[in-house]
Design a binder for this molecule. Structure first.
Ligand SMILES: NC(=O)c1ccc[n+]([C@@H]2O[C@H](COP(=O)([O-])OP(=O)(O)OC[C@H]3O[C@@H](n4cnc5c(N)ncnc54)[C@H](OP(=O)(O)O)[C@@H]3O)[C@@H](O)[C@H]2O)c1
Length: 192
């Protein structure tokens, strides 16, 4: 799969790019072309500005800070067009009754899925499950495919995009567990 990771110079985007470099064609995006080039060289993937990165890819991963995810999506609306998008942004504090992913979906012409919220940068590739939700079958299918390669556990279909409200909030729970037990916890569902 050809994947663009916006904000791919950051902790999560870089960890994901490194993990997927062996199986997928990855281009990391940055607001700055030179920053993208330097980071991409280290990771062994391609690098470009966010705007150039989204051209001719199968899936766009929106991995900018949660506070910047919506404005980034809005600014790239034309460039992204109808290419499916996976939003990984988590709100550590719930401020809105709509998730970041739903707001991103409203701002784009593209179908949006959401997932990987509980997969910390430090645990990409680890033995945990990755939950993905979405309303569009194609965006969800591509996102589940990516998620299945991003973790050692399973990629799980977690229902409609409205469930991103719960998934984005789950990150705060995992962060609290990490602090309490001084670990990098992941999520694993039973009974599947
Ligand atoms: N960190 C984790 O463990 C983790 C786990 C799961 C999900 N997530 C989600 O993944 C996303 C990225 O997290 P992160 O920890 O990797 O973030 P980060 O390292 O702070 O930022 C990622 C990249 O976003 C770009 N960026 C920074 N400020 C921006 C702005 N105002 N507008 C547009 N781009 C900006 C920067 O790249 P350039 O300066 O090169 O443009 C930066 O390298 C977040 O939405 C987070 O909720 C993170």
């Amino acid at each position: 799969m050809k994947i663009a990771i916006l904000g791919g110079t950051g902790s999560f985007g870089s960890a994901l790019a490194k993990r997927l470099a062996a199986t997928d064609e990855v281009v990391i995006g940055s607001r700055d072309a030179e920053r993208a080039r330097v980071a991409a060289e280290e990771l062994g993937v391609a690098g470009a500005t966010n705007e150039d990165a989204v051209a001719n890819v199968d899936l766009v991963v929106l991995a900018c800070p949660a506070s910047a995810a919506l404005v980034t999506a809005q600014s790239l609306r034309e460039a992204i067009g109808t290419t499916p998008v996976l939003s990984v942004a988590s709100a550590l504090r719930v401020q809105d009754d709509r998730s970041i992913a739903e707001q991103v979906a409203d701002a784009l012409d593209a179908p949006v899925a959401a997932g990987l919220h509980t997969v910390a940068a430090a645990t990409v590739g680890g033995e945990q499950d990755a939950l993905v939700c979405g309303d569009d079958a194609r965006a969800k299918e591509l996102s589940l495919e990516l998620a299945g390669r991003a973790v050692g556990g399973r990629a799980i279909d977690a229902g409609p995009l409205a469930n991103a409200r719960a998934l984005e909030g789950l990150t705060g729970v995992v962060v609290a567990v990490n602090k309490r037990y001084k670990v990098h916890a992941g999520v694993r569902l039973t009974g599947l």
